[in-house]
Design a protein around this ligand. Structure first.
Ligand SMILES: [Zn+2]
Ligand SMILES: [Zn+2]
Length: 157
C-alpha cells in the first residue's frame, strides 16, 4: 500500500475501502460490466469496477460474502456487500487470484472506464456512450496485452 490513498464507503458507513491513488486513476483499470449477475446483485444497469491488485486495496469493516455460482462463465464468483445497507463492496473471480473488482460507486470520485464487459447483455436502447471505451461482448480475450496487464498486478492465472 502506497502512502497516497483514496477512500470510499458503503451507504451506511460500516465498511470503508481504501485504494492506492495511482491504481485508482488508471483508466485501463476501470470497467463497467453488463452481465446479468452484476445487474441483479446491484439493482443497476451495470456494475462499475476498479480492477486492481488486492495488495492495493484495504478494507475496513466486515462485508458479507455471497458465493455466486450461477454466472454466465460458469465460474463461482465471490460477491461482497454490506450486511447492513446492502451496498456492493467488491467481487473476486477465483480464476484471477490476487485481482479484486472494487465497486466504484462507493467513492466520491468517479474515474473514467476504459473497458465495458458483457456488452451482449446491454439493452438495445443503451448505445454505450463512454468515450474511447474498449467494448467486449463477454470477457476480454486472453491477449498478450491482457496477460501483461494481469502480470503487472501480480495476478496468477
Ligand atoms: Zn453499509
Ligand atoms: Zn458482471
Amino acid at each position: 500500500m502506497t502512502a497516497s490513498t483514496i477512500s470510499g464507503k458503503c451507504l451506511c458507513g460500516q465498511i470503508s475501502v481504501s485504494v492506492s491513488q495511482v491504481a485508482f486513476n488508471k483508466t485501463e483499470n476501470v470497467g463497467v460490466c453488463y452481465c446479468k449477475n452484476c445487474r441483479q446483485s446491484g439493482g443497476c444497469l451495470a456494475s462499475y469496477n476498479l480492477y486492481v491488485s488486492e495488495g492495493d486495496v484495504k478494507i475496513q469493516g466486515q462485508p458479507k460474502i455471497y458465493q455466486d455460482p450461477n454466472t454466465d462463465s460458469g465460474t463461482t464468483l465471490e460477491r461482497a456487500f454490506c450486511g447492513n445497507c446492502g451496498s456492493p463492496v467488491y467481487g473476486k473471480n477465483p480464476k484471477f487470484i490476487g485481482l479484486i473488482a472494487v465497486r466504484l460507486g462507493l467513492f466520491d470520485q468517479l474515474p473514467k472506464p476504459g473497458m465495458a464487459l458483457y456488452c451482449k447483455n446491454r439493452p438495445e436502447w443503451d448505445k454505450g456512450t463512454i468515450d474511447g471505451v474498449q467494448e467486449h461482448k463477454v470477457m476480454p480475450e486472453m491477449t498478450e496485452d491482457l496477460r501483461k496487464w494481469l502480470q503487472e498486478k501480480g495476478v496468477s492465472i
